[in-house]
Design a protein around this ligand. Structure first.
Ligand SMILES: Nc1ncnc2c1ncn2[C@@H]1O[C@H](COP(=O)(O)OP(=O)(O)O)[C@@H](O)[C@H]1O
Ligand SMILES: [Mg+2]
Length: 501
């Protein structure tokens, strides 16, 4: 065969219906798909985004209406096409998009019928994709339907009451309303979406003047902040790391111990996926949360996994949208991998936050809340010995010390009892019980009535003042440095100044 210089090519477009059916499987769920639609609204400067979930069995639908800039006919046409916008193009710094696919792929992951209507400069345009229609077409073309579908007209009326904005309508929700799916399932789905959006967009939703409000069926979503700022979290200073594609900012947080919250608060602070799952880095791109808790494949030696003992560690990481390729942002915007050049620095910061989080988790609040005016006298001490450790009762704890001093002939028996207790601490069982997190572990008088705490306090206080001859103020100061009384400042201060024998 003779080779010719002429380039031989053939035109090989994908079949529309097959291509779109394949794109449906990208791995979105309803909540992540909605987040992608909302990204577009935010990029279009919307301040109010209304989501409406209408239940009507297989005719159920979901509508997203924003008051953003809207699109004219040309822009709407571009917006509806797949592969129209080059992912390599530079984006405005506030833009939350990248691949030019989100509107379509997120929608198709949930529905077979997508209508987008937009209002700009007093005119309204509407274009639609209908997967059933495409699959029936004989020539595999990419046929966009024009205009609002007659029978759904009333769902678009709200566009008339805003000057500009965009309405996205998902109908034929075959991936949601599968056989056996009930209205209650639909309501639960709404709750899950609300939790997810409250988390993903919390930085847009919080503050005195929030940038946007999102309403679901008329009810405003409240932001969920992963870091419990102003609620007793420890935080590191913000560190800025220079990369080839802009500044990355990192700030570490250690959340307060479970004892510092009531059980409802604790449950809420855990987040949609719970405490253990939601530890690690929180990666934000233009304030929008991409990754809600991951160690990002970092580790000293091998990659860190999520463990109960590090559940209080959360690290905020801000990346610019100019670094998408470097961070390997995926189409769903749900994963991001740090570039090799900054991995060591991130690992070092994370290592420090993890160590602090582990200490707060293990030592209850005491690691952060030191005793007033000096180191805390703890009832239990951990003793390390060449690779092993054990727990010992501190003989200097006032309640133990005074007993041993006054024990006389009983001293040996008391020592024996302490040894038995120390040697039989049910470490494994406590570890399992708390790790499973089913029940709140009650220690340090948590949940006890003040009277019960007062009875114990009273005995120790009397001993210090009446038998050891300490002044009342000195005795109180010592109690405020003694576990677990450092947590009960008011009770300690209310102890009487004048004691009678
Ligand atoms: N709600 C909206 N308001 C205004 N323009 C929109 C809206 N949704 C989508 N667009 C336009 O459609 C384009 C394509 O959106 P999309 O498929 O999500 O890709 P990307 O967000 O990556 O650009 C956007 O770049 C934007 O110009
Ligand atoms: Mg988008």
């Amino acid at each position: 065969m003779k080779l010719s210089n002429k380039k031989m090519t053939r035109h090989a477009p994908p079949k529309a219906s097959a291509m779109i059916e394949a794109l449906r499987g990208l791995g979105y769920n309803t909540a992540t798909a909605l987040a992608d639609i909302i990204d577009n609204s935010i990029a279009a400067k919307a301040t109010t985004i209304k989501l409406d979930f209408y239940w009507s069995a297989e005719n159920s639908c979901i509508r997203i209406l924003d008051n953003g800039t809207g699109m004219d006919n040309f822009e709407l046409d571009r917006a509806m096409r797949l592969g129209e916008i080059n992912p390599l193009a530079e984006r405005a710094s506030g833009d939350l998009g990248r691949f030019g696919l989100g509107l379509k792929t997120a929608s198709f992951s949930q529905c077979r019928k997508l209508s987008v209507a937009s209002r700009k400069d007093n005119s309204i345009g509407c274009l639609r994709w209908d997967l059933d229609m495409l699959s029936k077409s004989k020539d595999d073309g990419w046929y966009l339907l024009e205009g609002i579908e007659k029978k759904s007209e009333k769902l678009f009326h709200d566009l008339n009451s805003i000057e500009h904005g965009t309405l996205v309508l998902w109908q034929l929700l075959d991936r949601i309303v599968s056989p056996g799916f009930t209205e209650q399932n639909f309501l639960n789905l709404i709750d899950r979406c609300e939790d997810h959006l409250a988390m993903v967009f919390h930085r847009f939703l919080e503050g005195a003047n929030p940038q946007i409000s999102i309403l679901i069926n008329g009810i405003q979503i409240k932001p969920w902040n992963p870091f419990l700022e102003n609620r007793g979290s420890w935080s590191s200073p913000e560190v800025s790391i220079k990369t080839e594609n802009g500044l990355v900012k990192v700030k570490g947080y250690v959340l307060p111990h479970r004892d510092k919250m009531d059980s409802k608060e604790f449950e809420y602070a855990g987040g949609p996926d719970g405490w253990t799952a939601q530890q690690g880095f929180y990666v934000y791109r233009n304030k929008r949360l991409l990754v809600a808790g991951s160690w990002l494949g970092l580790g000293q030696g091998r990659a860190w996994t999520k463990e109960e003992s590090h559940r209080l560690a959360r690290i905020r990481l801000d990346i610019p949208n100019s670094a998408d390729a470097e961070w390997k942002l995926d189409i769903r915007k749900s994963t991001a991998r740090p570039p090799v050049s900054i991995r060591p620095q991130l690992a070092q910061i994370a290592d420090d936050v993890r160590a602090r989080a582990r200490k707060v988790y293990a030592h209850r609040g005491s690691y952060v809340a030191k005793g007033a005016g000096g180191p805390l006298i703890q009832a239990w001490q951990a003793e390390y010995n060449s690779g092993s450790m054990r727990y010992r009762i501190d003989r200097k704890h006032p309640s133990v010390k005074s007993l041993l001093e006054d024990a006389g002939a009983l001293k040996l028996q008391i020592e024996t009892m302490l040894k038995v207790i120390e040697e039989t601490v049910p470490v494994q069982k406590i570890w399992l019980d708390t790790a499973e997190g089913k029940d709140v572990l009650r220690t340090g008088f948590s949940g006890d009535a003040p009277k019960e705490i007062m009875d114990v306090l009273d005995v120790i206080y009397r001993n210090l003042v009446l038998r050891k001859g300490m002044s009342p103020s000195l005795a109180k100061a010592q109690l405020l440095r003694t576990e677990p009384f450092q947590n009960f400042t008011d009770l300690v201060n209310s102890l009487p100044e004048n004691l009678q024998n």
